[in-house]
Structure formats: C-alpha cells, structure tokens
Design a protein around this ligand. Structure first.
Ligand SMILES: Cc1cc2nc3c(=O)[nH]c(=O)nc-3n(C[C@H](O)[C@H](O)[C@H](O)COP(=O)(O)OP(=O)(O)OC[C@H]3O[C@@H](n4cnc5c(N)ncnc54)[C@H](O)[C@@H]3O)c2cc1C
Length: 450
C-alpha cells in the first residue's frame, strides 16, 4: 500500500521495521514510542495534500507531529505525519509579522524577530513547536501583559481533511480562522501560520529560588501578592526536586526548591519596584533576576531541552487562595513524602489572557485566573501511581479547578471527557461544526473525539 504513497510524496515514508522509522516517529516525551502504520515526513504542501488524500482513501487517522512536545497519548495505528521539514520562516519588519512553517520551533522565530527589535508572543520553552503550541491558545511568560499567543495569529494555510489547501484569516474562511485560534485538534493540517510580532526587546525578569525551609512562606506570600499584582507582570511558581546528578548545577543538586518566575516587559527600575514585595516574602537562596534580552526569555522557566519520559497533569484554576496553597504543598511541598510528582507549578493568568480578540476565538480557559501542572519523570509511576495522584489532586482541588480546561494545559490522562472540557459548551459546539466542515471524516481528529 505504502509504495503508492512513497511514489507521490517527495519526503521519506517509513513503515515499521524500516531503518529510520523509530527516529522519524519519536517525539519529546519518551514515555510514548509511537507505533503508527506509517510515518510520512512531509517536505512541501503537496506532500501533505497527497498524504491526507491517501489517508482518507485508506480510512486512516492522521496524527500530526512537529516536535512531539504535545505527545500525551500513544499513537498505535494510522499515519504519523511529521511536519518537521516544513521549516520555512520569514519575518517582515514592515508589517511586523512572521510567517512560520509548521515544523518551526519558537527559538528561530524569536531570533529572527529580534534582529528588528521585535518578538513573537511565545510559550515558556523556545524548543516547543510554534504551530502546535499556538493552536491550543498558548500561555507564555508574558501571558498577563500580552494574552494568549493565539490572539496574535493573523492567518493560517491549512490542508483540510479532504486534502484541499485553504487559507484562513479574518476575511477568508473566518470560521476556520476562529477555530484555529485555540481549537487545537481535528481542523486539518496547518502548513504555516502568520503572527503579529510585538515591540519587546527585553524584559526585567528571570527567576529566583528559595530554599526548602522557605518554600511554604514564599508560596503563601506569592499567593497573597497575586491578588493585587500589576497587570503588566506575569509570574509563576514551581516547586521542583532537583535530582542529585552531576549535570545539575551545584546549588540546586539534590535539593527541593521553589522558583519564582517573573517577567515585566518594561525598565529595570520599575521592575525592581514591582518585584520588591516578592523578594521580601522570604530569604532568597539563588537570584537570577535582571534585564533579559527578548532572545533569552526561555531562561525564565528553564524548561528541559532534552527529551524525557514524563507524565504531566494540568488544570486551569478559577482562583488560588491559601487553601489551594495547602493542597499544592501536600502534592509537591517539603512534606509531600513519596509523591510521584517531582515538580508542581502554578501560573498566574488573568489581565490580558481574560480579554478576547475582536470577533472572538476558540481559546479554552480564557476565564481562568491560574493554571497548574504536575510532572512525574519516573516511568514506573506512569501506569498507576501518577494517575492516582492526579485523580487525588482533582478531588482535593475541585473547589478551585475551573470547569473549562485548556488543550495545552490538560496533558494526561487524555480522555474524551477531559478533552471535551477544554472548551465551554458554546465554543465546543461551534468547534464541532467547523471540524465537520473542514474535516468531515475526522481524519485529523484525535481518537478521543471519535
Ligand atoms: C517543555 C514543555 C513546555 C511547554 N510550555 C508551554 C507553555 O509555556 N505554554 C503552553 O501553552 N503550552 C506549553 N506546552 C505545551 C505545548 O504547547 C503543547 O504540548 C503543544 O501541543 C506542543 O506543540 P508541538 O508542535 O511542539 O508538539 P507536537 O507533539 O508535535 O504537536 C502537538 C499537537 O499539536 C497539533 N499540531 C501540531 N502541529 C500541527 C499542524 N501543523 N497542524 C495541525 N495540528 C498540529 C497536533 O494535534 C499534535 O498532536 C509545553 C510543553 C512542553 C513539553
């Protein structure tokens, strides 16, 4: 069957057993070894068109993969369509837009925009795929000052589930344009997107850490501080147990610390004034806050850059108070005992994330005040211990967990119910209509949507 497809596409096609199959299918999360029936590595729009048409005629599901950072459920059949070679990127300083191919990560976009004093509104990790991230909305280190990253999208080129190439912007197929800004799954294959860049050349920010004995004091101080936080400031906290490995820098090695991440897109004097109450909330163990060029925003969160096995569980929260703080500490704090989660994070949202674009978009979780996430990197916990701890968290934190989650935050476990809850009823219903219009056979839909 596949030789006919291999004849029609220029990029390599792999079947199980072929040299290169595992490498072409591999993603960032090593806990999943994708086992599709074939992998197509597209090198052009035409390749994507042929691959989608082929999949449709063979009644095969297409899983689109760029970097595999979003791999949260096993791929056990169908076609894995890799976009990693669709890596074209153009920055136009006159229109202040970037045209970003489906295989491009944020880092090259950041660097290319910086040459003109501009920046894309990205996520925490420069290694994440720009398109896959933005399709879910996208909550980054400038979330409160700048909003969801999808608010900056101005257009997409898409291969529909029927193998047609269409444009989606405010004037052309506006229903698809609305859906692609947050609707994430089952909307065809995005070939490229255009995003508006912002004038940010540096921020006052980075992260500082407090020692184990000060974790509770700083967490509680941060929670109180968020109630009156300046709308221009985005912060988050992360409790992390650093492994006792030689590659971990000495001051962190083998220690449980709390990191406070801070980003103020303004000058240092004002930034220092804004951060002062946080710095005063407890002794600071390690301080890495200062003026950061836009090209270094990835240092605020310092996300892992090498593939790891991970079980991640996330929710949007309506609000955070000291009761939620206690529940959070029970999972990852100094007294958490044998929790499978080595890290837990709370991100402060609101301000610009609460303001939709003119005409609206399909972002889920816009009304949330915070996002939270927990990570286990212990594969032996993935089958039962981590899911059980995640379920316990969902029960304990139920009074704070928002009814609506977000597709970039939800992570594991992926179930039909949890994915459906990534949008409020009206958006989910409208998304269903758009998906049926642009991918009537659900070729690019996740199995959880079928
Ligand atoms: C270390 C790390 C840091 C992260 N930080 C943030 C963050 O700060 N904020 C945030 O909001 N999220 C964050 N995420 C979540 C991330 O945005 C999502 O996992 C996103 O889906 C990753 O996109 P990708 O293309 O890199 O991954 P992939 O696994 O390649 O793709 C993920 C999914 O995106 C869709 N997709 C990708 N490309 C296309 C395409 N061309 N056409 C159609 N669909 C496509 C598919 O449904 C695919 O399954 C982070 C994840 C990790 C692992």
């Amino acid at each position: 069957m596949t030789w006919t497809l291999a004849d029609r596409v220029r990029g390599p096609v792999y079947e199980p057993g072929d040299d290169g199959f595992a490498a072409a299918a591999a993603g960032f999360n090593l806990s999943f070894a994708p086992r599709p029936d074939l992998v197509v590595t597209a090198t052009s729009v035409d390749d994507v068109v042929e691959a989608v048409r082929f999949a449709r005629s063979a009644a095969m599901r297409v899983s689109v993969q760029s970097t595999g950072h979003g791999a949260e459920a096993p791929i056990e059949s169908g076609m894995l369509l890799s976009t990693r070679h669709l890596d074209h990127l153009r920055v136009d300083p006159d229109t202040r837009t970037a045209t970003i191919g489906a295989g491009v990560r944020w880092k090259p976009v950041v660097d290319a925009a910086a040459a003109y004093g501009l920046a894309p509104v990205t996520g925490s990790s420069p290694a994440v795929g720009a398109v896959g991230y933005l399709l879910g909305g996208g909550i980054g280190p400038l979330a409160r000052s700048h909003g969801f990253s999808s608010d900056y999208a101005t257009g997409f080129t898409v291969v529909t589930g029927e193998g047609e190439v269409v444009e989606a912007d405010a004037d052309t197929n506006p229903d698809l344009f609305w859906a692609l800004r947050g609707g994430k799954f089952g909307l065809g294959v995005v070939i490229e997107m255009r995003v508006r860049l912002v004038e940010v050349t540096s921020v006052y920010g980075g992260s500082f850490f407090v020692d184990t004995s000060d974790i509770e004091r700083m967490l509680r101080g941060w929670i109180d501080w968020t109630a009156g936080a300046d709308e221009r400031v985005t912060t988050s906290v992360q409790v992390v147990g650093f492994p006792p490995l030689p590659e971990v820098p000495e001051p962190m090695r083998g220690k449980l610390l709390l990191g406070v991440r801070f980003a103020f897109p303004g000058d240092t004097t004002e930034g220092e004034r804004l951060i002062a109450p946080l710095r005063a909330a407890s002794p600071v163990y390690l301080d890495m806050i200062g003026e950061l060029p836009a090209t270094e925003l990835g240092r605020i969160h310092n996300d892992p850059t090498d593939p790891i096995p991970a079980y991640v569980h996330g929710n949007m929260l309506d609000r955070v108070d000291q009761g939620l703080g206690t529940a959070f500490l029970d999972v990852v704090g100094p007294g958490a005992g044998d929790s499978p989660f080595f890290a837990g994070e709370l991100r402060h949202l609101g301000a610009a994330t609460g303001r939709d674009v003119p005409g609206g978009s399909a972002v889920g979780g816009r009304g949330a005040g915070f996002a939270c996430g927990f990570v286990s990197a212990a594969p032996e916990s993935f089958a039962s211990e981590a899911p059980a701890a995640a379920a316990r968290w969902d029960r304990t934190a139920a009074p704070w967990i928002a009814d609506v989650n977000n597709p970039n935050v939800v992570s594991q476990p992926i179930t039909a119910e949890r994915v459906a809850a990534c949008w409020p009823d009206d958006i989910r219903e409208r998304l269903g209509q758009v998906r049926r219009r642009y991918d009537p056979d659900g070729i690019t839909a996740g199995w959880w949507q079928r």
